[in-house]
Design a protein around this ligand. Structure first.
Ligand code: CMC
Length: 391
């Protein structure tokens, strides 16, 4: 083994020091800058939580107003960026468009970007938080063949996102306060989660000194996988496939079969081994949203039944597999009229505040070095080259 330890999948390795988020997986505790997620979910809003993650303290009224204004001011995207969308097929997955278009922002904000200037880095962070909803809504509009809707800066962050997604030129559109409130809460719950795969990716790419928009594009790529953020889309697809309560046992058997790649989507977590505190909040909100929106969704009933049966099953009990944050988030997004293909995009928008906070923290670390994992070499020992005619 030599000088380094072998820790496949980083099960026991701390890759950095951080002051942003604390998780106690055994006790189901999640704190942002010391504040419990339950209290933030109850009292805060997404933009305030983003400020907290970035700056380390809750803002006072003046700081909040200034930060909100900055975030509103950067919502526009360069007109020529709109041409990118025309290059995608209408059925391109919105996450693939997000990766491409967010990465392309590096081309718009590269010259003059001084990576040693804290203010320059902060402006990049603001731009990312502000512009991603505009890009996300444009991805959605492209997929349904409607013109892109420009942001309206009199609206707050979540209202603006709903407005850009669902309003149609020449028609009045009023943002539903229920939808904006629910979205706000879901975004707080998804804002940060310490060194998960996408945040670690952002840090690793960032450690090379790469452009911030390229770092976040890499984070979006990591988030898309079904084991990570793609799980929210996966849950809905799975529930659709299960179809009805009678089929639950069959699918549980598939999930337990080690020769079958099928996993129960929305179940299990690397860190939480008792419960995911975000899932507890989201389950309650799910009831509220369905009631407030007057939605009777048989999928929610199915999800609850699936949870009940799985939590009594020896396989899931033994392995401490519980519903995670994504088990119920899709049901809420669906009730709000957000299409399934956009679920992981919603997660990406929310996680952007976490990604940029970690990137800023890493960039400010004077001891920071390029991330460079080692490996255990298992290949051939040294041997001599054999020429082609002798092989
Ligand atoms: N269905 C069936 N079996 C499972 C599941 C599942 N969802 N999750 C874990 N297991 C089994 C796994 O096969 C292993 O069994 P054994 O000990 O017999 O080999 C055992 O439970 C321990 O799991 P693990 O593979 O060590 O877990 P991990 O920490 O490597 O993976 C996970 C965590 C979330 C990727 C995984 O549980 C999973 O794929 N879940 C479904 C996808 C999902 O819901 N992801 C969203 C995560 S939360 C949102 C986010 O942060 O992105």
């Amino acid at each position: 083994l030599g000088y380094f330890t072998h820790d496949p999948s980083f099960g026991t390795t701390a890759s950095c020091e951080s002051e942003i988020t604390f998780i106690d997986g055994d006790k189901g505790v999640l704190l942002h800058r010391g504040y419990p997620i339950e209290q933030l979910a109850e009292n805060s809003n997404y933009i305030e939580t983003a400020y907290l993650l970035i700056h380390g303290e809750l803002p006072n009224a003046e700081e909040f107003a200034t930060f909100s204004n900055i975030i509103r001011r950067h919502t526009m995207i360069n007109e020529s960026l709109k041409k990118f969308f025309d290059g995608f097929r209408h059925d391109a997955h919105p996450m693939s468009m997000m990766m491409g278009v967010v990465g392309s922002l590096a081309a718009f904000y590269h010259d003059g970007l001084n990576m040693n200037d804290e203010e320059h880095l902060m402006v990049s962070a603001h731009r990312l938080i502000s512009k991603l909803p505009t890009i996300a809504a444009a991805c959605y509009k492209h997929s349904i063949g409607e013109p892109i809707v420009y942001p309206r800066n009199d609206l707050d962050y979540c209202e603006n996102l709903l407005y850009m997604m669902f309003s149609v030129p020449c028609e009045d559109y009023v943002v539903s306060p229920i939808a904006a409130k629910a979205l706000n809460l879901l975004f707080i719950l998804h804002a940060d989660h310490e060194q998960n795969a996408s945040t670690s990716t952002v840090r690793l790419v960032g450690s090379t000194g790469a452009n911030p928009f390229a770092c976040i594009s890499a984070g979006i790529a990591a988030l898309w996988g079904p084991a990570h953020g793609g799980a929210n889309e996966g849950v809905l697809t799975m529930l659709d496939e299960i179809g009805s309560v009678e089929n639950i046992p069959k699918f549980l058997e598939k999930a337990k079969d080690k020769n079958d790649p099928f996993k129960l989507m929305g179940f299990g977590h690397r860190v939480y081994k008792n419960f995911d505190p975000r899932a507890t909040i989201i389950r309650k909100v799910c009831y509220e949203v369905l009631e407030e929106t007057g939605t009777q969704d048989p999928m929610f009933e199915l999800a609850m039944k699936l949870e009940e049966i799985a939590l009594k099953d020896e396989y899931f009990v033994e392995r401490k597999l519980y519903p995670n944050v994504d088990f119920y988030s899709g049901v809420i997004y669906k009730a709000l009229g957000i299409p399934v293909s956009m679920f992981t995009v919603m997660f990406a928008l929310a996680r952007t505040s976490g990604w940029v906070s970690h990137w800023l923290e890493m960039m400010a670390d004077p001891k920071g070095r390029i991330g460079r994992p080692r490996q255990l070499y298992k290949g051939s020992p040294k041997r001599d080259y054999v020429s082609l005619d002798e092989r």
